[in-house]
Design a protein around this ligand. Structure first.
Ligand SMILES: Nc1nc2c(ncn2[C@@H]2O[C@H](COP(=O)(O)OP(=O)(O)OP(=O)(O)O)[C@@H](O)[C@H]2O)c(=O)[nH]1
Ligand SMILES: [Mg+2]
Length: 168
C-alpha cells in the first residue's frame, strides 16, 4: 500500500507467508524492510521459532541503519496480547517505533469497530506508559494513512540526516 505496488510484497490469506527479510529500496534512497512476523513464528518449528525471535530482537536492538520500526496491529480485532507484548518490548528496549493499525476498513460481523479496538489498544499501552508512540490508522484497501505514514518516515529520515546519522 505504501508503494502503491500490490505486487511488491507477497500477501496471503493465512499469516506466515513472509518467511525472509525483504528489503525494498525506495527512490534509491531508503529501505522499507518487511520482516517475518508472528504468523511465521506460529507456523515455524520450535528451533526456527527460537532463531526468529533472537534474530528479530537483535535486528531491532542493534541495527544501526534502523530509523523506525512500524508495528502493524490489526485494527479489525480487539487488542491481542502478542501485539501488546511486542509494543512493550520495543518501548523497554528503547527502539524507536510507531504503530500502524491495519484493516481500518474492516469490521468483524458482530463486535467492536476498528475505532473502538484502537482506543482499547491505546488504553492498554497507557496502563504502562505515559506517552503513546506515533499511531496511524491505515487501510491497504482504501489507501488510508499512506500519506501520513510516509510523511512521518520522511520526517524521521530528515532528522537522522541532520544529525549525521548513518541512516542507509
Ligand atoms: N480488509 C483489509 N484486508 C487487509 C488489509 N491489509 C491486509 N489485508 C488482508 O490481510 C491478509 C494478510 O495480509 P498480509 O499482507 O499477507 O499480512 P502479513 O502480516 O504480511 O502476513 P505474513 O507476512 O504472511 O505473516 C490478506 O488477506 C490481506 O488482503 C486492509 O487494510 N484491509
Ligand atoms: Mg507479510
Amino acid at each position: 500500500m505504501l508503494t502503491q505496488n500490490s505486487k511488491l510484497a507477497k500477501v496471503s490469506k493465512e499469516p506466515g507467508m513472509t518467511k525472509t527479510i525483504n528489503h525494498f529500496l525506495i527512490n534509491d534512497s531508503w529501505y522499507l524492510v518487511d520482516l517475518p512476523g508472528y504468523g511465521y513464528a506460529k507456523t515455524a518449528g520450535k528451533s526456527d521459532r527460537a532463531s526468529w525471535l533472537t534474530f528479530t530482537k537483535e535486528y531491532f536492538a542493534k541495527r544501526q541503519a534502523l530509523v523506525c520500526v512500524l508495528l502493524l496491529v490489526d485494527g479489525s480485532i480487539s487488542p491481542q496480547q502478542v501485539d501488546l507484548d511486542c509494543a512493550n518490548w520495543l518501548a523497554e528496549a528503547q527502539v524507536p517505533f510507531a504503530i500502524a493499525f491495519t484493516k481500518c476498513d474492516a469490521r468483524k460481523k458482530s463486535g467492536p469497530t476498528p475505532a473502538a479496538n484502537i482506543k482499547a489498544f491505546k488504553a492498554e499501552l497507557l496502563k504502562d506508559y505515559e506517552q503513546l508512540p506515533a499511531c496511524f490508522e491505515t487501510s491497504a484497501q482504501l489507501g488510508q494513512g499512506r500519506v501520513e505514514v510516509l510523511g512521518y518516515l520522511a520526517s524521521l529520515r530528515q532528522l537522522e540526516a541532520a544529525e549525521g546519522g548513518d541512516f542507509l
